[in-house]
Write a protein that binds this ligand. Sequence first.
Ligand code: ADP
Ligand code: MG
Length: 702
Amino acid sequence: MTERTTFFDTRIEFLKGVGPQRAELLNKELNIFTYGDLIQYYPFRYDDRTRFHTISELDESLPAAQVRGRLRDWYFEGEGPKKRMVGTFTDGTGTMNLVWFQGLTWLEKNLRRNGEYIAYGKPQPFGGQFSIVHPEMDNISPDTEIPRGFYPVYSLTEKLRKRHLDSKAIGTIMRNLLEGAYPHIRETLPDSLVQQFRLVSKRDALWNIHLPQNQAWLVQAQRRLKFEELFYNQLRLIKNKLLQKNENPGQVFRNTGLVTAFYKDHLPFDLTNAQKRVLKEIHADFVSGKQMNRLLQGDVGSGKTIVAFIAMLMALSNGAQACMMAPTEILADQHYEGLKLFADVLGLNIGILTGSTTTKRRRVLHEELQTGKMQIIVGTHALLEDTVQFQNLGLCIIDEQHRFGVAQRAKMWAKNEETPPHILVMTATPIPRTLAMTLYGNLDISIIDELPAGRKPIKTVHKFDKHRSEVFGFMRQQIELGRQVYVVYPLIEESEKLDYKDLMDGFESIQRAFPRPKYEVGILHGRMLPYEKDDEMKRFQKRETHIMVATTVIEVGVNVPNASVMVIESAERFGLAQLHQLRGRVGRGADQSYCVLMTGYKLSKDTRTRIETMVKTNNGFEIADVDLQLRGPGDLTGTQQSGVMDLMIADLAKDGAILTVARESAQKILDDDPHLVLPQHAPIRNHLDALRKEETNWSRIS
Ligand code: ADP
Ligand code: MG
């Protein structure tokens, strides 16, 4: 191999303090092979050893504290695996316990009674006193240097620790590396950015991320490295998107005849400013000559349907056809019903195609789509079948995109052989802007961040299971007022027998509490046949049932404006996004709506945060932000999108502000210099090369 070798390609076994055996361990355990790999192995946190606490100042909320004092004495307690050594530690302001479970023989031999120590660890209250379990102990003698500063803590494996490669040891090795590497570290950002954002140099950043001189330096080092990481992440995404856009011409929809006609005589309400803005963004795409790939985010009830319809009119005004694809039959039906109301007044031909469309009807639809007689088609996956051909498909709207994959989107593209249709993906699951920018860096984003005027926010309360009779009373009261109620049970996996039993038990107890003939209770779950589900839904829509007991099959899209109460059983078992989706089933009419979250008494900290967030806000974006904090970005999207999410230091849940400026900077540089040929952009070219090389190395390893 004739690879260009640099200092950073040197194998770590040649580093002072490493050697062949440790090198092999680091290779195997952490995938660290070269100086370059090691220097990029950043600490995941730092021990703050800059300040001391007295025992009287200790507080449960401290993540860790260091206390200087005297180890008066120790004794043993417990038997077998519970055997522990308890030391009495004092500092003139109080007494605390130091507790050890392991290495007792060694400790007994090495600790000195009445010796002076610095004990470091997490203080926990226990029996009226604080104690630290397995504290780090530093012996103080007149000539010891008292540790002060921020100490890096690296994520390490048990195997490494057993071979004495702990954070302290890695820190020492790192110091050796940094001393040698310092002159070899090249700047990876152009001078203009370093100046503009007052970033510290790459050299200083690498030094201080491992061995911070003080907290201010640590913060600057983190800011610099996060910026760099996000800048290159966005630069690459934007570069790819530019390439992609150039490859895809799009139909131009300049005529707006049908839109004007609709606005003039048939618009059922004033559009919100957000709806108008989004329509402007879509229109700009339609006249750009390039294919639109746009993500439309809008909370439940924000009015995406009419935006979709008006976008369709833009296509239709230019002789093109439009389709809308939904993830389920229920949803497709509802879209069809909603769109048909608008389409009929304009005399447009609209159809629906789902799994239950008869063969006979299908034949008609296929023919009308192919000849262009039918202008709008709504449907499920059935639309993807090869037999569905259009005369000229100009716009494809995909609802609830997380259920459709990229492959399916590509299938829709192929439905117009001349020019691929414009694509509008709609989702009611708000994704925090920071995440959307990174995940969908190649989709443009439109957001409806405003609800139609006069909407009453849904009132959300948290009730414990034992208050069920109170909740039933409230349900009766609402039914008395003519409203309808959903009661939702978790049924995550439709096969889970226990869940199914819960649902049935719940159904029976509700039937007992709401007896016939005064009340009608319906049920909806995944084990029912499609026509049974349909019947139940229709009965509820026609107000023949007062209460709908259901599983999450009602999560998406169902629209019954008269339903004003959503009771969620075992709410602790739902994720935030799902709770928010479920709540969105109510609050669709003019009446005040309510959401009741039922839980048991024992709740984890995260669950409490989820419930409190739901009670506090109706804003989907705020909820998505909390969800991102709780779960992390990988979880939120269900899949780790390759490359995009491989961030080593930036945290999408926290570094939104940095991401925004990094993206703007990347955009501006590519606008000015699309091929990065200007001399001042040499650092970017070099670093992109290095990143590419690193990636090929990684693919070789794994
Ligand atoms: P979603 O974004 O959840 O799909 P919909 O499009 O179903 O929302 O709209 C929810 C309800 O709000 C519908 O009944 C719709 O007719 C109504 N709506 C939409 N836009 C407006 C508006 N600008 N003013 C008043 N009502 C509106
Ligand atoms: Mg909708």
